[in-house]
Design a protein around this ligand. Sequence first.
Ligand SMILES: [Zn+2]
Length: 213
Amino acid sequence: MHRFPDRLLTGYQNFMDGRFNEQQQRYRTLADSGQKPRTMVIACCDSRAAPETIFDSGPGELFVVRNVANLMPPYEPDGHYHSTSAALEFAVQSLRVSDIVVMGHGRCGGIKAALDLDAEPLSPGDFIGRWMHLLKPAAEQIQSNDVMTPGERQRALERISIRNSIANLRTFPCVEILEQRGKLNLHGAWFDISTGELWIMDAKTGDFRRPGT
Ligand SMILES: [Zn+2]
């Protein structure tokens, strides 16, 4: 018989005894009045880069969408299945979030795959390969730069990808309009999973800095 993973059952019990117990009122209020998160985070599926953990956020605080390599695709109203665009639409038009953070991270497997231009697809559908096409022009440029080490190329593309996603966010008419009106702020961040460092993108220059430096 299939068994639900024990580790999840233990974790759930800890959650009920701990956080849920402590924040029961907050959960009840959120259930009655609905969620009103102020911030949307677009993060990677990577199990080491969970936004709720990194930003120490409680229930109702962050509206999170995660996908391979935290990519925001461009505005494509073509009738296809666009899960990240659907999450964006809800966050911006219904929840009216004031901030959107695209959060990349170090040692990202998706970015690594984008740089491995000769990689064989993992399955006939080649879903990752197709998805990483969003970064193909940048990946080709970075890959051809032979004065950089593989590690430097990886980190460069991780950060270029964040700027790319922010540019794609602006192709959505609702995002562009609200940003121009000063009602929506777009941010880039990059998390180093080995040291825990968080780097924030400078909105003007696109460079990444540690907060307070
Ligand atoms: Zn990743």
